[in-house]
Ligand binder design. Structure first.
Ligand SMILES: [Zn+2]
Length: 237
């Protein structure tokens, strides 16, 4: 289990996501709700996911005021407060411009189920009308995943582990979907198989196992950079 410090948790998640090709450029955010407050912790905009460290994680209130930390935040981060205000069940939000996710967003439709793991998004993925604060939180509704046209995706959950694991899984599902979209005779998975498979991968604990993997990859990335704020031993414990 990683240390119970939101700065470490958010920064480690950014580093883990980077190992999947989800954060080598400026942009993308990971946030966690500050329990009991109208506030959240989020990564700064002046570093990539690959470069993120706990000191670059800041705390904002729902008006965008900086409560803790001294780094600048993305001007596009306001949808976090919108989602936290609309969804009391959501404790974490992940947003990236993953290359396959962004390619899928240009198709202007939710992801199709081409593999067992894509079933996590069946009935849980929606396309936003646009990338505005006003469109995203209402468009998401009670789902876990929203695609932003020509931009990227947002995954949300009651835990950071699930939001991050969903995001990595979405990049994989998006790659399959974009590749398969050019094959005329291909038919995506249909019900009732989708529901049966979704129950199976849920029971198997796939998302929890995926977050454990994200943290191992994060720890390796941090150690390889010569930093010492998270080790493999800590994420294994
Ligand atoms: Zn973005």
């Amino acid at each position: 289990m990683i240390p119970n410090d939101p700065r470490v948790q958010v920064a480690a998640t950014c580093r883990g996501l980077a190992t999947y090709g989800l954060g080598s450029d400026i942009g993308g955010h990971v946030s966690v709700r500050a329990p009991g407050e109208d506030a959240y912790w989020i990564n700064a905009i002046d570093r990539t996911f690959e470069e993120m460290t706990p000191d670059a994680i800041v705390k904002l209130d729902y008006e965008g005021n900086l409560l803790d930390g001294d780094h600048p935040v993305s001007l596009g981060a306001d949808f976090h407060e919108g989602i936290y205000a609309h969804r009391p069940d959501v404790a974490a939000i992940v947003h990236s411009h993953g290359p396959w996710i962004t390619s899928l967003c240009a198709l202007n439709r939710p992801v199709k189920v081409w593999h067992n793991l894509s079933s996590f998004f069946a009935g849980e993925c929606v396309m936003s009308d646009d990338d505005t604060f006003e469109a995203i939180a209402p468009g998401l509704g009670q789902r876990s995943t929203i695609l932003i046209p020509y931009h990227g995706a947002i995954t949300v959950s009651e835990s950071l582990a699930r939001a991050a694991a969903l995001h990595v899984t979405l990049e994989y599902a998006a790659e399959l979907d974009v590749r398969m979209s050019s094959i005329p005779d291909a038919v995506p998975m249909q019900e009732p198989m989708v529901s049966r498979v979704k129950a199976l991968v849920t029971k198997a604990g796939y998302l929890d196992l995926t977050f454990d993997l994200i943290m191992r990859r994060a720890a390796d990335h941090i150690e390889a950079a010569g930093e010492d704020w998270l080790s493999r031993e800590e994420v294994r414990a």
